[in-house]
Ligand binder design. Structure first.
Ligand code: ADP
Ligand code: ADP
Ligand code: ZN
Length: 214
């Protein structure tokens, strides 16, 4: 099963992608997580990516696409994978379609997690991230067992710099300009499925499962 997750920043792509990956035993590939790991490790890629991420802008396509095309050809991706946060532009989507076609392959589903902008801004204010292991929480909707502490690794949770309200608005603008066109792109390919991301996160998950099991 080869899936891409679409949706605005904060729509719940990552939350759902982790649950799907877990259920089907396929890798969850998040370009945001890959960039953040590179920033933490001080790599060249991380240094370049950080300049854009801090401003709420997209990392250039050429830095992103090769990374993903290499990743999906690794052994653990044979049974499928779930891409979270990629593609985010039409050129990225076209490169992915072509790379897959050259391997005689194609995506099965593009799942669009639909949430209104106004809801996103409040939701992002409550997102907390673990700087150590990358786990994501929400102060209200997905609270850690001990306030401010990662359940998985015990590190202190942070508000991501790019989750500050001003940067969230910038990222939403970038989403509408560059990423939203992918909804039409995958609709034309006949693999688009839209779920209401405003529902409780377990309901969103059952709606997604209903699509995948249909
Ligand atoms: P969110 O989950 O809130 O949408 P991500 O963790 O997916 O955020 O992405 C954080 C940042 O990483 C983005 O704002 C962007 O700067 C960069 N990024 C992630 N994926 C891509 C991509 N496919 N193309 C360009 N930039 C990306
Ligand atoms: P994305 O990967 O699309 O940027 P996340 O999965 O990180 O989004 O979710 C953004 C924030 O909203 C997180 O704090 C997450 O815990 C929370 N969240 C995710 N899904 C829901 C939901 N259905 N209802 C309420 N909060 C949610
Ligand atoms: Zn952690």
């Amino acid at each position: 099963m080869k899936i891409v997750m679409l949706g605005a920043p904060g729509a719940g792509k990552g939350t759902q992608a982790i649950k799907i990956a877990d259920k089907y035993g396929i890798p969850h590939i998040s370009t945001g997580d890959i960039f953040r790991a590179n920033i933490k490790n001080g790599t060249e890629l991380g240094k370049k990516a950080k300049e854009y991420m801090d401003q709420g802008l997209l990392v250039p396509d050429e830095l992103t696409t090769n990374l993903v095309v290499d990743r999906i050809q690794q052994e653990d991706c044979k049974k499928g994978y779930i891409l979270d946060g990629f593609p985010r532009t039409i050129p990225q989507a076209t490169c992915l379609t072509e790379a897959l076609a050259s391997l005689n392959d194609a995506l099965d589903y593009a799942i669009n997690v639909d949430v209104q902008d106004e809801k996103i801004v409040t939701r992002m204010g409550g997102r907390r991230a673990c700087p150590n292991c990358g786990a994501t929480y929400h102060v209200k909707y997905m609270a850690p067992k001990i306030e401010g502490i990662c359940d998985t690794c015990g590190a202190e949770l942070i508000l991501r710099a790019d989750d500050e309200p001003a940067t969230v608005q910038k990222r939403l603008d970038v989403y509408h300009a560059q990423t939203q066109p992918l909804i039409d792109y995958y609709n034309e390919k006949g693999i688009l499925k839209t779920v209401d991301g405003d529902k409780d996160l377990n309901e969103v998950f059952s709606d997604i499962l209903a699509i995948l099991e249909a």
